[in-house]
Design a protein. Sequence first.
Length: 380
Amino acid sequence: MMEKSILLVDDEAGIRKVLSIALSDLGYQVHTAENGLEALRIFEDKRPPIVLTDIKMPEMDGIELLRRLKKISPDTEVIMITGHGDMDLAIKSVKYEATDFVTKPINDEVLEIALNRATERITMRQTLNEYTQNLEQLVQDKTQQLVEAERLAAVGQTVAGLSHAIKNITGGLKGGAFVLEKGIELNDQKYLMQGWEMIRGNVDKITNLSLDLLNYAKATDLNIQACDPRQPAQEVIDLMRPRAQELGIELVSDFSQDLNSCHFDADLICRCLLNLVTNAIDACRNDDPDAPDKKVTVRVKKARGWGVEYQVLDNGCGMNAKTQKRIFQHFFSTKGSEGTGIGLMISKKIIDEHNGVINIESEEGAGSKFFIKLPKVSNG
Ligand SMILES: Nc1ncnc2c1ncn2[C@@H]1O[C@H](COP(=O)(O)OP(=O)(O)O)[C@@H](O)[C@H]1O
Ligand SMILES: [Mg+2]
């Protein structure tokens, strides 16, 4: 509850005395001042919520006092005491937000009404303040809860996706180990080779997974350098050629000759293209074995308004519209235990960080095209 104190300012000792008694009777703790300067001094010290001041005083008049009080504390309720013929002053004081006026000679009832009104305003303002503060707190708490819940959900999803990916790989390793052991037991070269291939494939997978995860977790600090845009594409082709050959898939490079150098993080772009080519090879591999010759093309070309465009094209299984919508999502994969669903989410992150764009065109059974455009200078 508000402190029930009041500052009474009047230059006439008689009026101060009479009003002090009336105000004390109404339950106020009364401070008195006989001029504006004294009033200001007491106000600074006691901070009463209500000030009752004569409008006409020598030196500093009531209006000047009102103006200064409002400057110090705009919420102070200032009631002006006016005499007959102080109309001009009274009007002036409205401009400075006087709460009310009581005219001399002061009628106790009129004074009480004015004081009650002032008190009501103070209480209302306090309640409003409390509401606003509570509301702000409430909004803040709720927002915090939501952020936290979202974060936990994201962590949960990530952990679930990861454990799935790791389970697939350990499953493969276990299978390989089993075949390898059988090979040792039976001294069977064929089993030994098979088991070893299974293990090697899964070691590659876990290497790739940890590299991708590292890239995903890493804060954005791209190592941007001027590069020949063909270089990462060539690297990916060299890296994937043996595997493509093994699977009977033709891997073709189609690089424009008139390319300008670009600024990007070559390792990351290489990582990204590697994911696209790996997927393209998977798409060809999973397709109908009787289908026409399988082919994956990596194209590097100029693009209007951009530094360079990469295209990875395949004539593999393609994707329906529903799959296309989801491929950049975390851990989305249609490959069951063979996939992790991490490749494209990393690729998208890398391209986003380069201020580039990645697009797809695909049709179920008719192959896929991935397009990446990078600016001349990716400022990261
Ligand atoms: N070239 C492509 N052809 C057909 N489907 C593709 C191709 N590239 C990506 N996809 C689809 O996108 C999914 C997500 O790819 P990715 O994030 O690399 O995860 P993963 O390869 O581990 O499944 C794949 O499971 C596949 O369904
Ligand atoms: Mg992939």
